[in-house]
Ligand binder design. Structure first.
Ligand code: FAD
Ligand code: MLT
Ligand code: ZN
Length: 476
């Protein structure tokens, strides 16, 4: 029976009795790491952090909270770029950390599947796959902290989408605790399963607004036996795109990642990251290309050198450094992976995680950089990211000497300016980070009409009390 009279203290007592001291945090020092987002855009309050050690405990805790009408905020590694895992300032939203649900339940190198719990850190999932001679290919800068539940809930992309797809494409089945505390076990490891609505896909990309992902069946791939990485200075944005096309046309399957960086971003890396040396300084545009094959005799070095030579003759590639060992390849990757951290250390920045058709990426970079310079003279564009997917992080750094707060007060003007270009190019205002709290006010404009109406009806059907991650994804 719903207990509308349940006071927060009574709820806390019941949760404490259910979960024990490891499963319920109330000490302010313990709550602290759960209250703010990675970008420090938001800082909320919560009465407690629930940390269940089993799916049954999570389901029971959700039932208690549902009976008390307590809103719930799922949290994985708390690396969201859009404030998705942060409670609001009201002090009623209960943070639910999945960190203790972090087991690999099953791994099968013949089926090429892994059943992993939501709190498993992405890097640990990659390592578990490698342990049985396979690859779990999802890879992003936050992989040492982000969790399987978080990457699925945001449908994360990252560096290897160009070859393996987004998180959604790497998932075969799910286990979910629904907002009323029911457990749905959809952990089927089937490659084919057409049995009505594909419910598992509802929860991927829902950003915790429809329920808790507790475990997932993930697809594995053969491990690469040969790989090559090159870091190239290129003439301009068109040359970067042309280089991508050259590789794709020669051997599409060989390209594991194709990342663009600007001279500004590479400069921030050299300035702010310990040991951040850059092999080819002084270029305005860079590309990192990563080739991989599960064949030991794939001839990737020959392919790499042939394409680079061709592109150099065409004046597109100006210089290139090829990683000669695993350590060198990792060092080249570090230049790209540390971009978010280097940009953070440089000062205040506004992020635009946008996508356009791949063919329009040069235009996106040029036009939005020019438009932002007209809006705020001295603003420093730092575009980088997944050019092979048409997903450029069209980030803007504050002008040198400008007050950080004054710059951030213009965030929405800057985002609108970039988004005008994105719209004109047929793109999306959110490519891979999701909507979270940051972009809810853009939903009506970009996804209004039947699309948003359908989303709101799904939300009401699955979560009629509106308790799952309120204030995220859908406009209020
Ligand atoms: P959290 O931040 O904890 O949560 C993210 C969202 O998912 C929230 O809405 C939360 O409520 C919900 N959620 C979390 N766990 C669950 C669950 N078990 N069930 C239901 N809902 C849940 N993202 C990319 O896509 N590509 C990148 O290249 C990329 N690079 C990044 C680099 C850095 C340095 C950082 C800090 C972030 C980057 N991100 C990137 C963003 C972020 O890492 C990813 O979105 C990641 O998917 C979030 O995982 P998490 O476990 O930290 O989730
Ligand atoms: C990345 O690809 O590094 C992140 O998604 C982008 C960002 O920090 O803006
Ligand atoms: Zn990214």
């Amino acid at each position: 029976m719903p207990d509308d009279q349940l006071l927060p203290s009574a709820l806390l007592d019941r949760l404490g009795a259910l979960l024990g001291p490891r499963g319920l945090l109330t000490d302010p020092a313990d709550l602290e790491p759960h209250l703010a987002d990675w970008r420090a855009l938001y800082r909320g309050r919560t009465p407690c952090v629930v940390r269940p050690g089993s799916v049954e405990d999570l389901a029971a805790a959700v039932r208690l909270c549902a009976a008390a009408g307590a809103p719930l905020v799922p949290q994985g590694g708390n690396t969201s770029m859009v404030g998705g895992a942060t409670p609001d300032e009201g002090g009623r939203q209960v943070v639910v950390s999945l960190a203790r649900l972090n087991r690999v339940r099953d791994i099968d190198a013949l089926d090429m599947t892994m059943t992993a719990e939501a709190g498993l850190v992405l890097k640990a999932a990659q390592d578990a796959a490698a342990g049985v001679g396979c690859l779990f290919p999802l890879s992003l800068g936050a992989e040492g902290t982000a969790t399987i539940g978080g990457v699925l809930s945001t449908n994360a992309g990252g560096n290897t989408t160009v070859r393996y797809g987004n998180a959604r494409d790497l998932m075969l089945g799910l286990e979910v605790v629904l907002p009323d505390g029911q457990v749905w076990n959809g952990l089927r490891r089937l490659r084919k399963d057409n049995t009505g609505y594909a419910l598992r896909h509802l929860f991927v990309g829902a950003e915790g607004t429809l329920g808790f992902i507790t475990a997932a069946v993930l697809r594995l791939f053969p491990r690469p036996r040969e790989s090559e990485v090159a870091f190239c200075g290129v003439r301009d944005e068109d040359a970067a795109l042309s280089l991508f096309r050259r590789f794709r046309d020669r051997d599409e399957g060989a390209v594991r990642a194709f990342e663009y960086m600007s001279g500004a971003g590479v400069g921030f890396y050299a300035k702010h990251i310990e040991g951040g040396s850059v092999p080819l300084p002084g270029h305005a545009h860079y590309v990192l290309v990563d080739l991989a094959s599960s064949r030991p005799d794939a001839g990737l070095r020959a392919l790499l050198e042939a394409v680079l030579e061709e592109a150099m003759e065409a004046g597109e590639v100006l210089d290139a450094a090829i990683g000669e060992s695993e350590a060198q390849r990792a060092a080249l990757w570090r230049i790209r992976e540390e971009h978010p951290e280097a940009q953070k250390r440089e000062g205040a920045s506004v992020k635009n995680d946008v996508s356009v058709p791949v063919s329009r990426t040069p235009e996106l970079i040029r036009r939005s950089s020019e438009a932002c310079a007209r809006l705020i003279p001295g603003i420093r564009p730092v575009p980088f990211g997944h050019l092979g997917d048409g997903n450029i992080h069209m980030n803007l750094e504050q002008p040198i000497g400008m007050d950080a707060a004054a710059f951030l007060a213009r965030s929405h003007d800057i985002m609108d300016t970039v988004n005008d270009v994105v719209r004109d190019l047929g793109g999306s205002f959110s490519a891979e980070h999701g909507i979270g709290r940051l972009k809810t006010d853009m939903m009506a404009d970009w996804r209004g009409g039947a699309e948003l109406d359908l989303m709101q009806r799904i939300k009401r059907a699955v979560d009629p009390q509106g308790l799952m991650n309120p204030g995220k994804v859908l406009p209020g």
